[in-house]
Structures are given as structure tokens and as C-alpha cells.
Ligand binder design. Structure first.
Ligand code: T5A
Length: 212
């Protein structure tokens, strides 16, 4: 039996890192064998690419270069971590995936989505997440939360309008792919956010147990 692929998405500071452990524990408690990973990254080579992508010294990186680095890291990640785990029947919980490319490089940077789709096809074929949890907050809330932490990385240095486009792009994808997306109101207190996540995962696990 194949495993499942769950992705967590949203703008900066929305609470992905905070909630990954909660989601992980929820899946473990439901008897799933889980691999937790992230993009860009998830492998030694992918983490090296991540450092390049986030480093503020590369401010002004060519958007096509940025796009291809995202997919280069993804190709390695899929081959070495994600696909082997799923084929072994494990569940993979991933902090960001290709929807982040549509949101940041497509929505944020304004790259042609046809270009992204071509790379998606090349690197993934028909492989897609089974469930995407979109944590959503207004941009000013996310940026205020993110700003309370460490020094801003290359993406966090972008202007508010960039993140407005990223958020809108995510919300558009959630409407377009409403079968696999669950939108979580992450502006609520953490306990309420986690209640919503538990309901979304419960529904998903029930449906997937019924079809396995
Ligand atoms: N990227 C990535 C692309 O451009 N294209 C791609 O294809 C991919 C895969 C790195 C960057 O790469 C870009 C997007 C990103 O800019 P990242 O490190 O995953 O990706 O991105 P970040 O959004 O920067 O991740 P962060 O860890 O910075 O943000 P989180 O994880 O969303 O936020 P988190 O959990 O650290 O929370 C922020 C603060 O808010 C508090 C937390 O305690 C924390 O202090 N908080 C709450 N406070 C009140 N109420 C709640 N409900 C709260 N939830 C969290």
C-alpha cells in the first residue's frame, strides 16, 4: 500500500513551523509512519541550495535562476526522500512544495505559470500532494509574527505587495483544487488553529482509510 503526501503552505510567519510538530504528532497518534521534511531542502544537496536561495547577499537573483534552483532541490528531494518513503507505505509531511513555487515565483515574482507547469511536469510527472493544508492570515499579521524572530532572509525582505500577491495566489489555488486543499484560519489563537487542523486531518484520514 502506498503512503500519502501532505503539504503545509502559507505566507511567511503564518505558523507552519509551529504547527508541523502538532500535525506530526496527530498522524503518529493515528498510527501512521511519518517522514517530516521541507522545501527547499530535505536532503544535504537541497539544504545547500536552500542556503543559496535564502541568502540576502543574492538579493536581485534572476527569477528564472530562482525558479530552477527550487526545482533542482525538488528533483533531489523527490528522488531521495519523498518517493521512496511513499512507495514504502510511509506518510510524508512536507513544509512547502510546488504550490509555493506557483505562489512565490508565479504570484510574487510574476513568472509565467506555463513555465512553472513545464518544470513541474519534467520533475514530478503526475505526482501531486494528496492533501494541502493552507494556513491563511492577512499579510500584515504574518509579517508581524515573522518580524519578531530572526534577521529577515532574502524572501522576507520583499515588500508587502509581494506577499499580497503570494497570498492571493494561494487562495486562488485553494479554490481551483478544492478537493485536496483545506484552508485553515491561522489568525486565530493557536489552540483554535490546531482544532481546525485536527478536523481537517481526521476527515482526510477517514476518507483515505475507506479507499485503501
Ligand atoms: N519558497 C519556497 C519559494 O519561493 N518557492 C518554493 O517553491 C518554496 C518551496 C523559505 C522560503 O522559500 C520560499 C518561501 C519562503 O520565503 P520557509 O522557511 O518554509 O521557506 O518559509 P517561512 O515562511 O519563512 O517559514 P517560517 O518558519 O519563517 O514561518 P512559519 O513557519 O509560517 O511561522 P512560525 O511557525 O515560525 O511562526 C511565526 C511566529 O508566529 C507565532 C510563532 O510562535 C512564531 O513566533 N505564531 C502564532 N502567534 C499567535 N497565534 C498563532 N496562531 C500563531 N502561530 C504561530
Amino acid at each position: 500500500m502506498q503512503g500519502k503526501f501532505i503539504t503545509v503552505e502559507g505566507i511567511e510567519g503564518v505558523g507552519k513551523t509551529t504547527n508541523m510538530e502538532f500535525i506530526h504528532q496527530h498522524l503518529l497518534a493515528s498510527g501512521k509512519d511519518v517522514v517530516v521534511t521541507r522545501e527547499p531542502g530535505g536532503t544535504p544537496l537541497g539544504e545547500a541550495i536552500r542556503r543559496l536561495l535564502l541568502d540576502p547577499q543574492y538579493k536581485g537573483m534572476n527569477p528564472d535562476c530562482e525558479l530552477q534552483l527550487m526545482f533542482a532541490a525538488r528533483a533531489e528531494h523527490l528522488a531521495k526522500v519523498v518517493r521512496p518513503a511513499i512507495e514504502a507505505g510511509r506518510w510524508v509531511l512536507c513544509d512547502r512544495f510546488t504550490d509555493a513555487t506557483y505562489a512565490y515565483q508565479g504570484g510574487g515574482r510574476g513568472l509565467d505559470t506555463g513555465k512553472i507547469a513545464a518544470l513541474e511536469q519534467l520533475v514530478q510527472g503526475t505526482f501531486r500532494p494528496d492533501l494541502t493544508l493552507l494556513l491563511d492570515v492577512p499579510v500584515e499579521v504574518g509579517l508581524a509574527r515573522a518580524g519578531n524572530r530572526s534577521a529577515p532572509d532574502r524572501f522576507e525582505q520583499e515588500k508587502v505587495e509581494f506577499f499580497e500577491r503570494v497570498r492571493q495566489s494561494y487562495l486562488d489555488m485553494a479554490r481551483k483544487h478544492d478537493g485536496r486543499y483545506r484552508v485553515i484560519d491561522a489568525g486565530q489563537p493557536l489552540a483554535q488553529v490546531q482544532k481546525q487542523l485536527a478536523v481537517a486531518m481526521g476527515t482526510f484520514m477517514q476518507a483515505s482509510d475507506a479507499t485503501d
